[in-house]
Design a protein. Sequence first.
Length: 109
Amino acid sequence: MLAGHDESGGELVKGANGKMYKSFYGMSSAKAMQEYYGEVAKHRAPEGKEVRVPYRGALEETVQAILGGVRSACSYVGARRIKDLPKCTTFIRVTQTTNEVYQRFNVEE
């Protein structure tokens, strides 16, 4: 949720389409091996990924949007404060069996 902002890690890069992205990679990825060792050793297999997340600017705007959503949710259910939410609603846990969040951000080479 917070990736891609000025305050998050990662390198700011310009994509082929002219849009700006924040680039992240795991330390076992091919990108990290190239960066730190100069190559991917023949006896090793890259295990991590490199992803590019759309650049989102300053974190403040996103935080304000999240707070607006919380305020809106409170008004929908009649909660005057955040701590009143459990009294006014029934929460249901939804889980995912696979992590598909970053699949759409994969870097194609």
